[in-house]
Design a protein around this ligand. Structure first.
Ligand code: MOS
Length: 700
């Protein structure tokens, strides 16, 4: 018997990589049961109001049309949805432009689409009297209010000491307002679902970050026993949060399958997505930092105003990172929200931290400038001993090490602190730094592991691989717990028929699923070791449920940290900003697979580059709609925009997290990236821009 060679921590290649590049990996829209019909939804063409009539006569007479569902004739829900955004075709209200008001179902995609275009929907604005809609966010909006909680259950308002007084008394002060526009997730794979009733069961293939959640919601909405519903999310082409909750398309697919008695496929066109699958809400920030001349913070005030829709209270928790980052005797953090006639905002990669740390880390750069202090040193000086807001000790925190290591690798010491000091012809060059943080979440999961007589193992868990490499890292965790080679482990994920597990969100997947897999496999290894003689044909198994462990409230603050460095060039003729280099150093517990981890971290950094320079969704005040509805107008970075991007990490040992010692890495990489770039643009130009993105029209 050879000693086990550990595979956790090695750069194992994605187990499904070959399937993905050869087309053998099937995504939600690539499952086509025999007799499959196609559905195409009809979005509302008014901003808000009421449907007065839907004329389906022309559509119903078109070739191949099987049904046209409307608020009048669509199947009724058995129970109202917890998420009002799923309440499609149930009544005549239109909460925002783009809300689905009808669904055409036909034998082919083309026929369904043509029929959808032939549906005539008449709407009245609010009541019978046309009433102007309101989609414009402002701090002093008359409907702005302070909710109880921001997202994640965080209190909307936290005050320690007397921050306004401490700020007023501080010898060095920064008082700055920042704006982050609405942003859209735009994963490569748009939302899609295929729904199919067979043998008394509902089988749905959905592009989702958590099929168990989708199953639970569909069972409830349609009055089905949960065990008669299967939702499969086997391969998912990205989500970044917009597939974290069930979306209207999957509800429509089930309705259409019920009505027609046929399997029905629905694949959203990208131009529908801005209205129906959520967005990162715009955030208006006012940050006030007060410090002594030695750079020690005495007051941290971060006030956020954001919008939500009329049907959901969704409050981006953007001031929460200011409760985590820096020591200060006085602090005030608040979240105000304005309900508008806009589509409902939702989760987008590092919700809260991404816009919040843009503002806070930009303000820290302004403070460093006001103090005449190096921005790395300013952050080091304000390193807290415990989590500032809660007073809890950190399970581990290596922000200072990230800053130091990043500065060393980036060559920060060669930097001339004076702005607008480096020039190459028409280009101004600058460098910037910002910190990153993201919580280390964990959620209950269950898993089973089975040992087969041939020496192989099967691990089952309803985890979801949204492109992160989850499948692979779970196999690595299993192999080490079983002391087996990676090749001997088969991992089955991505179906609600498998043991219940948490969704791929909040960067919690590996910690949550891995914990259950580790426990099941550890127990199985012990059973196998005890077993005498050959294993029975059916093998032997073990299972695990981490509900108790994962729910325990730890006496520690658990977060990952990082430091982001960027070098930019600013064209003084065109105003174009280009990033030359990005370098991040992260402290995120134990890195379980350096290959997939690097990809997650650099992917996050590149998404932050997009946020800094090109990405924005413009809410058209007159039309009440997002102007950008395709990848030709919503500019995500392409290869030519992406320079040398390096992600490194500190080897962080943290035994207070989970058996693997890992923290999440899916979201950390985007946090602080936009601030580092913005700070570099200030360093290049000497001009402070406080509104994203830094497009040429703003910068010139
Ligand atoms: Mo992520 S925005 O928590 O899916």
């Amino acid at each position: 018997m050879h000693p086990h060679v550990p595979v956790l921590g090695t750069p194992a290649e994605r187990l499904e990589g070959r399937d993905k590049v050869t087309g053998a990996a099937h995504y939600a829209a690539e499952h086509t049961p025999p007799g499959c019909a196609y559905a195409w939804p009809v979005p509302a063409a008014v901003t808000c109001g009421r449907i007065t009539a839907v004329d389906t006569a022309e559509a119903e007479a078109m070739p191949g049309v099987l049904a046209v569902l409307t608020p009048t004739n669509a199947p009724r829900f058995a129970a109202p949805p917890d998420d009002p955004n799923l309440g499609v075709l149930q009544d005549d209200t239109v909460p925002h432009r783009g809300w689905y008001v009808a669904l055409a179902v036909a034998d082919t995609l083309e026929n369904a689409r043509a029929a959808a275009e032939a549906v005539r929907v008449s709407c009245a604005d609010h009541g019978d009297e046309p009433e102007p809609h309101d989609v414009v966010l402002a701090e002093d909006h008359p409907e702005a209010y302070l909710p109880e909680e921001a997202n994640g259950g965080y209190p909307a308002l936290r005050e320690r000491g007397d921050a306004p007084a401490a700020f007023a008394a501080a010898p060095v002060r920064v008082d700055a307002a920042y704006r982050v526009p609405p942003l859209h997730n735009h994963p490569m794979e748009p939302h899609a679902a295929t729904a199919h009733f067979a043998g008394g069961r509902l089988i749905v293939h959905d592009s989702s970050q958590g099929s168990e959640y989708v199953r639970r919601v569909l069972a409830s909405l349609f009055g089905l026993a949960p065990e008669r519903v299967t939702v499969v999310s086997d391969h998912v082409g990205g989500g970044f949060g917009c597939k974290g909750t069930p979306r209207p398309h999957v509800v429509l697919a089930v309705m259409a399958a019920m009505r027609t008695g046929r399997p029905v496929k629905i694949a959203l066109p990208r131009r529908h997505m801005p209205a129906v699958v959520g967005h990162r809400a715009p955030t208006l920030h006012r940050v006030r930092l007060g410090a002594g001349r030695d750079g020690h913070l005495t007051a941290v005030i971060h006030e956020v105003t954001t919008h939500t829709s009329r049907i959901t209270e969704f409050v981006e928790q953007a001031a929460v990172p200011a409760r985590v980052m820096y020591g200060s005797a006085h602090s005030l953090t608040s979240h105000w929200v304005v309900p508008l006639d806009v589509p409902s905002p939702s989760w987008m990669r590092a919700p809260g931290e991404t816009p919040g740390m843009y503002a806070l880390e930009s303000a820290m750069d302004e403070l460093a400038e006001a103090l005449g202090m190096d921005p790395v040193e300013l952050r080091v000086r304000n390193e807290p001993a415990t989590e500032p807001d809660s007073g809890r000790p950190f399970s581990s925190r290596h922000l200072v090490e990230c800053l130091r290591e990043g500065a060393r690798r980036f060559g920060w010491e060669r930097r001339d602190p004076n702005p607008a000091a480096r020039r190459e012809g028409a280009l101004l060059l600058g460098t910037g730094v910002a910190a990153a943080t993201y919580p280390a979440y964990v959620a209950p999961s269950t898993a089973t592991a089975q040992a087969h007589p041939d020496g192989t193992y099967t691990v089952r868990i309803n985890a979801t691989d949204i492109g992160t490499g989850a499948r692979t890292v779970l196999a690595q965790i299993a192999a080490d717990a079983l002391e087996a080679p990676l090749e001997a482990v088969r991992v089955e994920i991505g179906s609600s028929r498998l043991p219940r597990a948490s969704l791929a969100g909040g960067s919690s997947g590996t910690a949550s699923w891995g914990w259950a897999v580790h426990n099941a496999c550890t127990e199985l290894a012990a059973l196998v070791a005890k077993h005498e003689g050959p294993l029975p044909d059916e093998g032997i198994g073990a299972d695990a449920d981490t509900t108790d462990e994962a729910r325990r409230t730890p006496p520690y603050a658990r977060h990952a940290f990082g430091a982001q460095f960027a070098e930019v060039q600013v064209d003084t003729v065109t105003g174009e900003v280009r990033v030359r280099r990005m370098l991040g150093v992260f402290a995120a517990g134990r890195i379980l697979n350096p290959r997939t981890a690097r990809s997650q971290l650099t992917g996050g950094m590149i998404m932050g580059l997009g946020m800094a320079l090109t990405e924005h969704s413009t809410m058209d005040a007159a039309h009440g709609d997002f102007t950008e509805s395709d990848l030709a107008s919503y500019h995500v970075p392409v290869h030519a925009d992406v320079p040398a991007v390096e992600a490194h990490w500190i080897d962080e040992e943290d035994s207070l997290l989970n058996p693997m010692g890992s923290k999440g890495i899916g979201e950390l990489g985007i946090v602080g990236a936009a601030a580092a770039i913005g700070n570099a643009v200030h360093h290049a130009t000497g001009v402070r821009f406080r509104e994203l993105p830094l497009t040429p029209d703003r910068v010139l």
